[in-house]
Design a protein. Structure first.
Length: 427
């Protein structure tokens, strides 16, 4: 198991870029595989999760090539995928498995899909339930992977999402494109909408109205996708810029989809000095530069409809909260219990090692900020969770003697360039 000692820095003025958005990269491969014609993807995230998605769509007969930095997918339209010879393996990726379950539900062949030791502990019944209502049949390990899918002709359904999950929503949308009638999905709390935006960009028939998503089945043509920088990766450096002294960090060309910008709203509410510059739109997704300066931070309450907009950023928010003045309350976030790790447990455990007072709650935690005192040297166990490893690496930058972060290979699932940027900040 690899580990890294990250030492503190006194401050930093830099412009950086982060790698491409993971959610959009997955969707570009999946939607491009279902489109007719050649889809070109620029700035595709080459991380373990997204490369596993490339691999499984290749296994289903899609020609995917890389020339220079550009990925080209040769899609043959809906119903053109082939039966894979072997089991599909998604590695660590919840997005790859859940969205692909939606695609497999509509195929006339049988396929088996699974992933690594963390994936087989994450619930798949949340997608199996609506996809079964549409007419697909599944065999699973009591609602967990491996899942065998017997797909076939699907009917359109009306479905109210029980949890605000973009993966569940997207699985239903992808299946619905293949159904024999329209599907209506009702979402009370909006989760990330990259699938809806990308399908519109590709010309699929999808309408969004007042929390209702209506998908009319039918194929669509290939298109070009430019993947913006991942705001969930930028989040570590936005946080770093706010807690470091004498600093100004600019993260260039970051995706600013409003369903993902909760981290900016939360940090601003905590007192962070953040500005957005050069806002533009590419393939139906907003992006821009995020500028962040050293800030005086205070604790806040984070709950309710903002939670899906910060769900992947709670680990790094917990570090900022630990360094802020006063108490931060996080609630309505029980979904954290079924992420790559039980993130309520893994955050609380590691914050306590840092000497931070924290109370664990069923659906979140209360963090008592230390008012900006440097963290004392300890070792941190990532528990094999990329976002825990990265969040606590940022804590090391404001420690007195650094931190030892253990089990760091997991960072490659979403952000292989992470430690290079950390080194860059130190120059
Ligand atoms: C994702 C949706 C979220 C998020 C995950 C990526 C996506 O998961 O946590 O990292 O790309 O759709 P849920 O849909 O389970 O909330």
């Amino acid at each position: 198991m690899k580990k890294i000692h990250i030492s503190p820095i006194s401050g930093c003025i830099k412009k950086i870029t982060v790698q491409g958005d993971k959610s959009i990269s997955h969707r570009a491969v999946i939607i491009g595989s279902l489109a007719k014609g050649i889809t070109k993807i620029y700035n595709f995230l080459e991380a373990e999760d997204t490369l596993n998605t490339v691999k499984i769509y290749k296994q289903m007969g899609v020609r995917i090539e890389k020339k220079g930095a550009i990925y080209s997918l040769h899609g043959n339209g809906l119903f053109s995928l082939h039966e894979p010879k072997d089991e599909l393996y998604v590695g660590n990726s919840g997005t790859a498995i859940r969205l692909t379950l939606g695609v497999l539900a509509a195929q006339s062949f049988r396929a088996s899909i699974t992933g690594d030791a963390q994936i087989v502990k994450r619930p798949m019944d949340r997608v199996i339930k609506p996809l079964s209502e549409m007419g697909a049949r599944f065999e699973s390990n009591n609602g967990f992977a491996p899942v065998i899918v017997y797909g076939g002709s699907l009917k359109g359904i009306k479905y109210k999402l029980e949890i605000p999950s973009a993966q569940v929503k997207s699985a239903i949308i992808l299946a619905a494109l293949h159904a024999n009638g329209p599907t209506e999905i009702i979402e009370d709390i909006k989760s990330r909408d990259h699938t809806e935006r990308m399908l519109k960009h590709f010309g699929a028939k999808i309408k969004i109205n007042n929390g209702k998503i209506i998908v009319t089945p039918g194929g669509f043509k290939a298109n070009t996708v430019y993947v913006p920088g991942d705001i969930s990766s930028a989040a570590y450096f936005i946080a770093a810029g706010s807690i470091l002294k004498n600093s100004e960090l600019t993260v260039l060309d970051v995706g600013l989809n409003p369903t993902r910008t909760g981290i900016i709203d939360v940090l601003k509410k905590m007192g962070a000095k953040i500005n957005i510059k050069n806002k533009k739109i590419k393939n139906n997704e907003p992006l821009g530069n995020i500028v962040i300066r050293s800030s005086k931070l205070k604790g806040i309450t984070i709950k309710g409809s903002i939670i899906p907009r910060v769900i992947d950023e709670i680990p790094i928010i917990s570090i900022v909260a630990a360094f802020a003045n006063g108490r931060t309350i996080i609630s309505d976030a029980e979904e954290l219990r079924v992420k790559e790790t039980d993130r309520i447990f893994t955050i609380v455990r590691n914050l306590r090692r840092l000497g931070v007072k924290v109370e664990e709650r069923k659906d979140g935690m209360i963090i008592y900020g230390n008012g900006g005192k440097p963290f004392k040297y300890v070792d941190i166990d990532s528990f094999g969770d990329h976002r825990i490893a990265m969040a606590f690496s940022i804590a090391a930058l404001v420690s007195d003697n650094g931190l030892l972060i253990k089990d760091i290979e997991c960072v490659n699932t979403s952000f292989p360039g992470f430690f290079d940027i950390i080194r860059e900040l130190k120059k």
